[in-house]
Ligand binder design. Structure first.
Ligand code: FAD
Length: 398
């Protein structure tokens, strides 16, 4: 049993040695939860089974809130939320992604942009996983340039009529509500082609349909879908009043991006631990691999990367809790951590030899899952362009 009151083996700089007890308690809860689910994570991943019972359990335990504040919510500090995401991702990246969808994107959108009635109706049930909620921004033709989304919402006498297609949307099937980002008519010349607003669309509304994307080889336990909206009619009060332009969409994405860096850290820690353990057990040429200089150098490189990721995550959590987190800093953290986690996972895979491609050794799953984590919520290149725009004052997006 691992006691999170003690510094982690992987916490070489004691980055988390002095954290407040409340944050440590949340981390401990996540750790215990991961111990519970650990024996069957690989099976669920291989069979692409959505872990509904585990998601409900995370809701009960208060693990499904990515630091979002609101009436009735069990808000975690930015540090606690990060540690929980790290720990859950260390066990199961699909569940780490579910925190990002449910307790990050969906919960945060409603908390930031919802009316009093919308918050009263949805916040607590979403945080407790009594209902599943989706965040539908990406479209088949617009991923990195989601600002160019083509889904439309047109007002009529009874409310709004929504038409369009979304892709890659988690929780959009078998859940309760999908937040659909759509373009509405606008006379403002700044909003060429219309302003972007968010709508709460119950998933049983006529004209709404979703199908699971098949053949997805990463994060297999969380399903992504293609959503079709054909003359979907919602009442006037389905619009989120705080959403007036794409800048309001971006506010949600920026806030959630740091969680992706924490998730990458969890994946990397899992791979480092597996590689260290294996190198101490596996004997070749008459001695444990751990006695080989080349193996030690690789462990040093991995631990150096993990330590660097820990410093990024902890420092930005501190800035976040003081209200000083700049969105471009979160871009830098995501850029740094997903790149490093991919490298760590790849080295670990190699260090386990052929056993590294067996699910039972808990490396190949993280390696593959990291490919998706690296891409979602803004790819490496998009984060680099956001950083580049800040440091040069020049936008390279067009
Ligand atoms: P593209 O934008 O087509 O990019 C393809 C490549 O081109 C990338 O390498 C990219 O970096 C590069 N590129 C793009 N533009 C430039 C440029 N200007 N200069 C240089 N290179 C560039 N979306 C949601 O709305 N809701 C969800 O719940 C959700 N969940 C997801 C879950 C998973 C597992 C995955 C994989 C994706 C999810 N997404 C979701 C979508 C995700 O946010 C997008 O996949 C991501 O933003 C990238 O878009 P794209 O895949 O269309 O890639």
């Amino acid at each position: 049993d691992y006691d999170v009151s003690e510094p982690l083996d992987t916490d070489f700089y004691r980055v988390f040695a002095d954290i407040p007890e409340a944050d440590r308690a949340a981390w401990r809860t996540a750790r215990q939860f991961v111990e519970e689910i650990w024996p069957t994570v690989n099976e669920a991943w291989e069979n692409a089974e959505y872990p509904l019972e585990r998601v409900r359990r995370m809701g009960e335990l208060g693990l499904l809130n990515d630091g979002v504040a609101g009436e009735g919510l069990r808000t975690l500090s930015p540090l606690a939320a990060g540690l929980v995401t790290m720990e859950v991702s260390r066990g199961d990246g699909s569940l780490g992604t579910i925190i990002a969808i449910q307790g990050g994107l969906a919960l945060r959108t409603i908390a930031l942009h919802g009316s009093a009635e919308q918050k009263a109706r949805w916040l607590v049930p979403v945080e407790r996983a009594e209902v599943l909620a989706a965040f539908a921004l990406t479209e088949p033709l617009h991923g990195s340039d989601s600002v160019a989304l083509e889904t439309t919402a047109v007002p009529d006498a009874d409310g709004w009529v929504i038409n369009g297609t979304k892709k890659w949307i988690g929780h959009a099937l078998g859940g309760a509500v999908t937040i659909v980002w759509a373009r509405v008519p606008s006379d403002d010349p700044e909003h060429r082609g219309g302003a972007v607003r968010g709508f709460l669309v119950p998933q049983d509304t006529p004209g709404y349909s979703a199908e699971v994307l098949t053949g997805k080889m990463a994060l297999r336990s969380v399903h992504q879908t293609r959503v079709t909206l054909e003359n979907v009619r919602v009442p006037a009060d389905a619009v989120l009043p705080g959403t007036q332009s794409f800048a309001d969409t971006a506010r949600v994405l920026y806030a959630t991006r740091l969680g992706v860096a924490w998730s990458a850290l969890g994946h990397a820690v899992a791979c480092y631990e597996a590689a260290l353990n294996y190198s101490q057990q596996r004997v070749q040429f008459g001695r444990p691999l751990a006695q080989s200089q080349l193996v030690q150098e690789r462990l040093a490189q991995m631990l150096s990367d993990v330590t660097s990721m820990q410093l990024h995550c902890r420092h930005l959590a501190e800035l976040d809790s003081r209200g000083e987190l700049d969105p471009v800093m979160a871009s830098m953290a995501k850029y740094t951590c997903t790149r490093k986690a991919r490298v760590v996972a790849s080295i670990a895979r190699d260090m386990l030899g052929a056993n590294g491609v067996l699910l039972e050794n808990h490396v190949i799953r993280h390696l593959i899952d990291m490919e998706a984590v690296h891409t979602y919520e803004g790819t490496e290149s998009i984060q680099a362009l956001l950083i580049g725009r800040r440091v040069t004052g020049e936008s390279a997006f067009r």
